[in-house]
Structure formats: structure tokens, C-alpha cells
Write a protein that binds this ligand. Sequence first.
Ligand SMILES: Cc1cc2nc3c(=O)[nH]c(=O)nc-3n(C[C@H](O)[C@H](O)[C@H](O)COP(=O)(O)O)c2cc1C
Length: 385
Amino acid sequence: MSTRINVDGYRTAARKRLPRMVFDFIDGGAEDERTLRANRAAFTRRTLTPRLLSGSARRTQETILFGEKLATPVLLAPTGLSRLAGRGGELAAARGARAAGTQSVVSSAASVPVDEVAAGCDVPPWFQLYPWGDWDLTRVLIDRARLAGCTTLVVTLDVPVTGARERDYRNGMTVPVKITPRTAFDVVRHPRWALGLAAGPRLTMAHLVGLREDRGSSASSLAQLNLDLLNAAYSWEDLRRVRDYWDGPLLVKGVLGAADARRAVQCGADGVIVSNHGGRQADAVPASLDALPGVVAAVGHEATVLMDGGVRRGTDVVMAVALGARAVLIGRPWMYGLAVGGETGVTRIVEILRDEVDRTLALMGVGSTAALTPDMVRSTVGATP
Ligand SMILES: Cc1cc2nc3c(=O)[nH]c(=O)nc-3n(C[C@H](O)[C@H](O)[C@H](O)COP(=O)(O)O)c2cc1C
């Protein structure tokens, strides 16, 4: 019997498909993984309040974001080096998302460049930028996304430095994957994964190729360049400069508090993504869902609020939307889908969530995601609203 009936079933299947170090790279969080767990716990600490006999025969979850119509308020979050998860990486993911009527965000640390992804899709993806210290290189990357046809830019601000993902340290996980006795054993036990990766071009941070000739072109030097470009002293002024340079909608990702949300909007952001990077950056920071109501109260009237972190069920999507998120993003779930079923696997993940959202709306007696309101979510013991 297939266990692939929900996101967790895909996770179990992905765990079998991938070398342990790759699965842990995707699945793990920073340090003690408190925030990683908190993201899930925040959903399970809340309940939905159904109403009897007030439902609709046909429900809709169509959502319009910056003029783009989405079949469901679930987008694919940006993730770096996605070809590690499965063949086609970001291109397969973007195509899988389009087939399910939604949108994806290509990371600046992607393994397939954004122009290639855009060329393979009917609608170009969104693009995500890191807070780099070098403005000239930042401009090169923004220009590339613009030329690829991307309309929406996501600036991730919760990465002044990279978080300490200790599972990676323990497993000897590096980019590129270094073959040591331990990692070699892990890889040879997963020949299908290894062949899939070997079938494509060399795995590297595709947008960094040729960006700084003096830094060389090996995958390890580009991975190091990606770290060196991060700027822990990035400022709101730097964000303004990006804002001035980008004409289209701009979202700030990594917001967990009202003050930062206000600041981002003052700098010209059209929206914010309430996120803690899936618990991969600072540990012991609030769960995204706990942070959401405060951010919505602060900027929800003037900006688009999205959220990510721990969304694994349609009921999670419904809760987040009821609490004021216009849509959610999923990170790990689509990577499980890619690992298990490539492009189709990604589509399946979105479809599973879409079907669960639809059923949840029916069971709650609500006709559309737009009709969800905060009073339809209750906190249970121990919740921090
Ligand atoms: C393997 C992996 C790589 C990621 N890389 C990036 C990235 O390059 N840029 C970014 O803004 N967020 C990145 N993220 C964070 C996701 O965009 C998103 O915030 C997070 O995965 C949401 O939590 P979830 O995985 O519980 O859905 C990454 C997440 C994972 C799991």
C-alpha cells in the first residue's frame, strides 16, 4: 500500500531515496532544532472552529498575488542546490508548480539558473536574493532575474551568516559532496540518486558561475564565494537600494516581528514573508505561525503578508490564511516530492495540499479561503498568540 497519500508519506519515501547526508541537509535545522520543531508545534497547538450547515457545494481557494492568479495559496519556497534532492532541480520544481497552478521562487543559490527555469515555464518564476555585501554583483544578479522575465523579487534577510546545521557537520555533508569512507558508503547505497545527479551538469551554485573570475570556478570555491558574499552588516539602506533598483513587487523574507515588518514596508517592500527559514538559521526564535498575527496586525492593511515554516497539511494552510497570511510557501515538502517523483512529484505535493485545503473548507463550512477569519482559529494550552 502506498504511503504517499500525504506530505509525511512523501517524506518517508524521500528518506529512503536519498543518502542520509542529503536527506538530513534538507530535513534538518540549526543547532538544537528548537525552531524547526516549534514551527510544527505552533500548528498543533491550535484548533479550527467548524460551523455546521453554512458550507458551499463548490469551494474556491484561488488567490491573486501581485496580479498572478494561483489555483491555491501555496507557493514553492526558494531552496538552494535543489538538484541534490532530485533530477531537474529548480526547473523540475518550477514546472511541477505550474502544472498545479501555482508559482515558485528560484533561490540565488540555485543549482539551475533562473533564465533556464524561466525558459522552461509558461510564466517566469519569482526570484530570491541574499543580502550580499557587493552591490555590483547584486545588480548583476537582479539584472539576470529581470532579463529572465521574473516579476517579483524576494529579499531574504535572515541570513547575515549561515546557521549551524549540526546534522551536516556530523554527516560530513559539504558542497560539493566530499567522498570520504563514510560519505562514499552513504552514496553507493543510493545508486539511483547518484546516477540522477551524475546525469546532469556538475552540481554548483549556478548564478555564481563566472561572477568573480578571480575566485575560480570549482563548486567548492563558488560555495565559499556564496558564504563570503553574505554581509552581516547589511542595513535598511541596502534594502532601499535594492528597492530602488527593482521595479516590480518586492517581498522581504525572514520577518518575525511587527517592528521589522513596518521597517520593511517603510523601505518600500510590497509585502513580507513571515519566516524563520524553516528553523535553519537562528534557533530559539519564534515559530512562524506564532509570529504571524503580530505582523498581520502591523502591516496587513497596507502590505501582502505571506508565511512559511512547518506547513505540511491543508489544515495548516487554512490556519495560516485564517490568521491573515494571503498565502503560504512550502520548502521541504516540495523537495520530498522532487526526490520521490521529480516534476510530477512536486505537482502531487501541491495537489495533495490543495485537496486537503478544499476538504478542510468544506468540513469547516466555509466557501473560500478568502472568507477565512482569525476567529476560526483557537489557541490551545501554552500557545503564544
Ligand atoms: C534545503 C533548503 C535550502 C534552503 N535554501 C534557501 C535559500 O536559498 N534561500 C531562502 O530564502 N530560503 C531557503 N530555505 C528556506 C525556505 O525558503 C523556507 O523558508 C523554509 O524551507 C520553509 O520551511 P519548511 O521547509 O518547513 O516549509 C531553504 C530551505 C531548505 C529546506
